[in-house]
Design a protein around this ligand. Structure first.
Ligand code: ADP
Ligand code: MG
Length: 595
């Protein structure tokens, strides 16, 4: 048995060992996503709890689906979630920056700098970084710039051929949601339905309601619908009484009976339907049940009635059509009703929807329909899901850029901030200065990783970037797709200030928590020495009768070793070959190993 490394150590030493170990776990876990950063970032294959294969390069998705068995890993997952929720993009950057802050802290710890001092220096540097960024940010709201923002956020290898198409679609969507001069991401509904191809993804000026017209004599298409949005049951509730409690004072059981009867009697139902019909209603969306009797009355009156509609959907329809969600259908008034151009049944893939909204023909004057839907399509679930995640990020990026301001991407902002911070650090005491410089170094890791991930010499690129910025080229960054250093504002590699600000805040907070932690007990030893392990894996494959070295190495290069192993564990050696083949476009042939 291995000797307990904590045996015979002083408390102080133990704390230090635990701190270092926590940092190591964090750095390694963060490294899971390092290779995914930027337009040339790698995808990972993840096998989720239900043995489903996910192909993604989204930081949050990777963390959410990799098993967390260490508190430090939990902290990084939280960081990714917060980044996503606050800013909608930048999750990978936040995690990578945290990893770098921790790695660079280790050097300072070795020099005898106390964690508190490191934290102090990091805090100061973070605060200054945000200030410098705010000074650097520019407002760029024209369509061309917004499309650039979208393109920078759509930096996913898998979607590269569709970048223009999506950028245009997303900007159009965002510009349809303007309200008091602000764009609103909440009014862009993302739906995904497997089937068709990525190119079939479309912008709909309205809302898709997941529902079906259930009666043959009920209309499945209504032009110029007048819509009633009802929040409670129509007819006797099925099963439960519903969420709405009405307080009525009753003096006798007879009265209760009368009330019940009047609420649910058929004649009362008929009256409700008649009342709605007289108002001109031809579409009814009900949050709860509509009794079968009521359904028939609706059908007889040529009204499309849909039941069990999610509250969220009702709210979207309400926003779109300016109808109010009402609790009592019997007292609905004209002003409660919503209108649109069309309500019609549409079968998309294997699902039934009712589309409520506007025809595309009138799109130009319907720019601010308030609510739009991006319907994401794609041939496989993996593709649809990854497209969905990427579009989600890009929508948020464009909204943030519209509402606030943008920064130059491609490492430009990091190098500029680094340069200014370096000067500021000079006026601090030695130890604080060291910590601030460690922060600077961490920031500069971003352009380095971007360059590295696309196969460029990261050291010379960083040096060139530094030189450009020393010569006052504040917006120069490394354009990964073009392989050169240029003004990122002109190249259109743009990132929302909001994203970058949150990256700094989140990374600082998380690094700080970990640097203060000297009592999480690490639960597992992490693997080491990639190459040796790969050789071991290859040998193991051979034992199982597979001579698979080449595709395996290719797979590890593309997806990272742990992902590949997970996939193998669930689906066998051949699966890796397949998935690798699909994503890299290469063909592999596994021959049986010669024994
Ligand atoms: P995140 O999850 O942090 O958003 P991404 O994988 O989306 O991670 O990568 C974001 C980084 O990629 C940003 O630093 C951004 O500036 C950079 N980037 C995007 N497009 C380009 C490009 N054409 N050249 C260089 N860097 C780019
Ligand atoms: Mg991104």
């Amino acid at each position: 048995m291995a000797e307990n490394p904590l045996l015979g150590k002083s408390e102080k030493e133990i704390h230090r060992i635990i701190l270092l170990s926590n940092i190591e776990v964090a750095y390694r876990y963060a490294s899971l996503v390092t290779s995914s950063l930027g337009p040339q970032g790698f995808h990972k294959i993840i096998v989720d709890e239900d043995n489903f294969i996910i192909v993604t390069r989204d930081g949050r998705t990777i963390f959410e689906n990799t098993h967390v068995d260490h508190p430090v890993e939990g902290l990084l997952l939280e960081l990714a979630k917060t980044q996503d929720e606050e800013a909608g993009d930048g999750t990978t950057t936040a995690v990578v920056l945290t990893g770098e802050l921790l790695k660079n802290a280790v050097e300072l710890l070795d020099l005898g700098v106390h964690p508190t001092t490191i934290i102090e220096g990091y805090k100061k540097a973070a605060k200054e970084s945000i200030r410098i960024m705010e000074g650097l940010a520019v407002v760029m709201r024209d369509e061309r710039s917004l499309r650039s923002v979208a393109r920078s956020a759509l930096n996913n290898k898998m979607l590269a051929p569709y970048k223009e198409f999506f950028a245009e679609l997303i900007v159009e969507a965002v510009l349809s949601t303007l309200e008091d001069g602000k764009a609103n991401a909440e009014n862009i509904v993302l739906e995904r339905v497997q089937g068709g191809s990525i190119k079939d993804t479309q912008l709909l000026r309205g809302v898709l309601v997941e529902a079906k017209v259930v009666l043959p004599n009920m209309p499945s298409k209504v032009e110029n619908p007048k819509i009633a949005l009802i929040g409670t049951n129509i007819g006797p509730p099925v099963g439960t009484l519903g969420e709405l409690a009405i307080e009525v004072e009753l003096s006798s059981p007879e009265e209760l009976e009368k009330l019940e009867r009047s609420r649910y009697s058929f004649s009362a139902l008929k009256d409700i339907v008649k009342h709605l019909r007289d108002l001109g209603v031809n579409v009814v969306l009900c949050r709860k049940e509509i009794s079968s009797a009521a359904m028939h009355y609706f059908a007889e009156n040529g009204i499309m009635a849909l039941r069990n509609i999610k509250l969220k959907t009702l709210e979207k329809v309400s926003k779109l059509t300016h109808g109010k969600i009402i609790l009592n259908a019997a007292t609905a008034t004209e002003s409660d009703l919503g209108c649109a151009e069309i309500a019609e049944e549409r079968k998309i893939g294997d699902f039934n929807f009712i589309f409520i909204g506007y025809n595309d023909a009138s799109a130009t004057d319907a720019r601010n329909t308030g609510v739009v839907t991006i319907l994401v399509r794609g041939g496989t679930k993996q593709v649809v899901d990854e497209t969905y995640r990427t579009i989600h990020d890009a929508v948020r990026a464009v909204v943030n850029a519209y509402n606030e301001a943008v920064l130059p991407g491609g490492g430009a902002v990091e190098v500029e901030v680094a340069q200014q911070l370096r000067k500021l650090a000079l006026s601090e005491s030695t130890k604080l200065q060291l910590s601030m410089l460690a922060f600077v170094k961490s920031l500069e890791a971003i352009p380095e990783i971007l360059a590295k991930n696309s196969g460029f010499d990261h050291i010379s690129i960083l040096l060139e970037l530094r030189r450009a910025h020393a010569n006052g080229k504040r917006y120069h960054g490394f354009d990964v797709l073009n392989g050169d250093i240029a003004n990122m504002l002109e190249r259109g590699v743009l990132e929302p200030l909001k994203v970058k600000r949150q990256v700094i805040k989140g990374a600082l907070e998380t690094a700080q928590l970990i640097l203060r932690s000297d009592d999480f007990i690490p639960k597992r030893e992490l693997e080491d020495v990639e190459e040796a392990l790969i050789r071991k894996d290859v040998a193991k494959a051979r034992e199982h009768g597979f001579d698979i070295e080449k595709p395996y190495r290719e797979a590890v290069k593309f997806f990272g070793r742990q992902n590949v192993l997970d996939a193998i564990r669930i689906c066998g050696w051949r699966s890796v070959e397949e998935v690798t083949g699909i994503v890299t476009g290469k063909k592999f042939e596994t021959k049986a190993a010669e024994k």
